[in-house]
Design a protein around this ligand. Structure first.
Ligand code: C2E
Ligand code: MG
Ligand code: MG
Length: 656
């Protein structure tokens, strides 16, 4: 098993805790211990074999030159042969990477040769003083004897043979050598034990720290909440796959899975419930998609999946559906039932010229498309690539734009249908880019939010809107749209408050519109920022109400003053059904709560009649006027004043 496979295997077993670390490295396996022993003993073999080879070479020469024994040539020859054998073993060990078994064999061979040499010397030229060589060889072997077997055999054989050779010299000599043998074998045994335990201690410590390091490495790449590989692991996997694809290997598919509506659950029921839900989602994703792909947690409620090989569009749609279905099934957490859905975006590795950031950007883009059109799964295609490029061009043009010069505001009236009077105007941003021409507000506002340029844009637009509004009759209010970045940073809110104060306009005439997705992303910060605007005396409206996750509970918590019922409800009016009841319920609920309501997107007389019938009072829509330039407001107001006497069907002359 490779290092990577080992990591993945441990990671896939679920979240690891420090309790999983074995207390003793012996648990890491006998084979590992033998491997480590070989690595520790190898240098000792290296240190001993070559000097011994040199020693035998020298003795060969001394036998030849100085020995008077008739056996001198044989002894010299045997010394030379043994010297060469030691040299060969020394060189082999020097090459390194010797296994435990091989080192033990070398140990046996070295001992065997030295032992036979001493025995043959005694046989050819008996000398009692040289019996000490048995002790010497025994002590040396006990130092580098890698196995207990080797050391024990060396001790027993050396002692027995020495005593065998000592016996013919009489009982006194035998007694002396017996004492020497005892002392020698105890010394050899103790030395071997000391060396061995020092080495094994060091090995155990090293193995434990290696294991700890490996576990720490795994934990660093594992999401502690869900047990899935984390963002870091995901990026490593992605890079590896990209490298393989770059080297001509097989392609892969990247999927990004994002939960819809998780934020609302987290904010409403707390983080503990949110965390439990996320781990259950992770389990389901692993079960539904883990066989085909590697599921990781990117962070928050976003997951990623890497699928190796090529997949057809149908296969990906089926896979995406399986993931979404598994997530959509009901959850039972702490006795409460929950349901969440998910959106999935897929991109094939060949869509991004092998760049990890670009690939994620494309999978994200597809996922956002899936979220926007509620289709569950979207695969990134060349068509989406064009859209992405266009967005890139818009962002680039926005970055270099002269916002003061190119940005403007237009105004759409808000009308009280009972009196037919205009109650105020909503300021809507317009951008006329020198390179791109008129860009749709939802497109450039989204681009400005993504790039952070909205922080620069909002003050410019607010200044412009306030300048016009200060010239209107006092009874007309100004509604102004705020973005997430405008209310998520205290410094941005400070700036807006300063602009309001300096404009000289009565803050009570101002209403700030925020969307529900915006406040749901960070409820607490949103609440504080909106409270600051309300302290000035301004009102806060919840825009596009009814299509997201905000509910009347949130309206109360945020002290929302007005609700703007999303245009989609009025659009659906013509289909009949429940829509009329829905709008009526919302309008009634608002009046019960003492909150104002504005119905957006009224385009026809019939729609207006229905709304009037259910008691709606304030509306906004093309029926009265499309957004108009500031200079058209006076004529619109005078015409609508005339119209209040006659028909309410008045349109501004110049719609923008
Ligand atoms: P919104 O705040 O919900 O604004 C209402 C949008 O609905 C406007 O689109 C308006 O022209 C359109 N509308 C109004 N009545 C009708 C109708 O009867 N039929 C149809 N089909 N549409 C109608 P617009 O001007 O394109 O603005 C789109 C969105 O861009 C706005 O939605 C708002 O979310 C955002 N936006 C516009 N100006 C600003 C701004 O200054 N700041 C921020 N942060 N967002 C802005
Ligand atoms: Mg609005
Ligand atoms: Mg709206």
């Amino acid at each position: 098993m490779g290092q990577q496979e080992e990591r993945d295997c441990i990671a896939s077993e679920g979240a690891l805790s420090w309790g999983d670390i074995p207390p003793d490295a012996a648990l890491c396996g006998k084979a590992a211990m033998c491997r480590e022993l070989a690595a520790s003993y190898e240098p000792m073999f290296k240190a001993i074999l070559l000097p011994v080879a040199a020693y035998f070479s020298i003795t060969a020469v001394t036998h030849l030159l100085f020995s008077t024994s008739p056996n001198a040539p044989i002894m010299a020859l045997s010394s030379a042969v043994i010297g060469l054998a030691f040299l060969a073993m020394g060189l082999k060990v020097r090459r390194g990477e010797m296994s435990y078994r091989k080192l033990e064999m070398v140990g046996f061979s070295a001992f065997g040769l030295a032992y036979l040499k001493i025995v043959s010397n005694q046989l050819m030229n008996p000398e009692p003083t040289k019996l000490f060589y048995f002790m010497l060889v025994m002590l040396v072997v006990s130092m580098f004897g890698i196995s207990i077997r080797l050391v024990s055999i060396a001790i027993v054989l050396s002692v027995a043979t020495m005593l065998l050779f000592a016996a013919p010299y009489g009982s006194t000599m035998l007694a002396q050598y017996t004492v020497i043998a005892m002392a020698g074998s105890i010394a050899a045994y103790c030395m071997s034990k000391m060396v061995r335990s020092a080495i094994t201690r060091e090995i155990r410590a090293r193995m434990t720290s290696d294991r700890l390091r490996k576990l720490a490495e795994i934990q660093a790449e594992q999401d502690m909440l869900t047990g899935l590989p984390n963002r870091r692991n995901f990026f490593r996997q992605l890079r590896e796959r990209l490298q393989r694809a770059r080297d001509g290997g097989e392609g892969f598919v990247l999927g990004i899975v994002d939960l819809d509506g998780f934020k609302a659950i987290n904010d409403t029921y707390g983080h503990t419930v949110g965390d439990m839900l996320l781990s259950e989602v992770a389990n389901r994703l692993k079960q539904a998609g883990g066989c085909e792909g590697q599921v990781s947690r990117m962070g928050g409620d976003e997951f990623a999946v890497l699928i190796d090989g090529r997949r057809s569009a149908k296969q990906l749609h089926d896979y995406g559906r399986a993931l979404c279905d598994s997530i959509r099934a009901q959850y039972l957490i702490s006795g409460l039932e929950f349901s969440v859905s998910a959106s999935v975006g897929f991109v094939r590795s060949d869509m991004s010229e092998h760049d990890e950031v670009a690939l994620i950007e494309r999978a994200d883009f597809a996922m956002f498309r899936a979220k926007a059109n509620g289709s569950g799964t979207v695969i990134f295609t060349p068509r989406l690539e064009e859209d992405l490029q266009q967005i890139g061009r818009i962002e680039q043009a926005l970055r270099i734009s002269d916002k003061e010069e190119e940005m403007s505001v237009v105004f759409q009236p808000q009308v009280d249908i009972h009196s037919g009077k205009t109650t105020g105007f909503e300021a809507l941003a317009r951008w006329n880019s020198p390179t791109l021409g008129h860009v749709r507000p939802d497109v450039f506002i989204a681009a400005a939010e993504r790039t952070g340029l909205i922080e620069e844009m909002t003050p410019i637009l607010l200044n412009k809107a306030l300048k016009f509004a200060s010239g209107w009759p006092e009874n007309l209010k100004l509604s102004f749209n705020l973005s997430i970045r405008d209310i998520m940073s205290p410094s941005a809110i400070d700036k807006l408050c300063n602009i309001i104060e300096q404009s000289g306009i009565d803050p009570k005439r101002l209403e700030f519109e925020v969307t529900e997705t915006l406040i749901m992303s960070d409820f607490e910060t949103a609440r504080k920022s909106l409270a600051r605007l309300q302290q000035l005396g301004s009102r806060v409206a919840l825009d596009d109400f009814g299509v997201g996750y905000a509910n009347f509970g949130h309206i109360d918590q945020l002290s929302i003053n007005t609700i703007k019922i999303d245009r989609s409800f009025v659009t659906r009016l013509s289909n009949g059904g429940q829509t009329v009841k829905l709008i009526k319920t919302m309008v009634d609920m608002c009046s019960t709560l003492g909150v104002g309501s504005i119905v957006e997107g009224v385009e026809t007389e019939q729609e207006l009649a229905v709304l009037r019938g259910i008691g709606a009072r304030n509306v906004q829509g093309y029926y009265y006027s499309k957004p108009m330039a500031a200079e058209d407001i006076p004529s619109f107001l005078s015409q609508s004043l005339l119209a209040t006497i006659g028909s309410p069907n008045v349109s501004a002359k110049r719609a923008v």
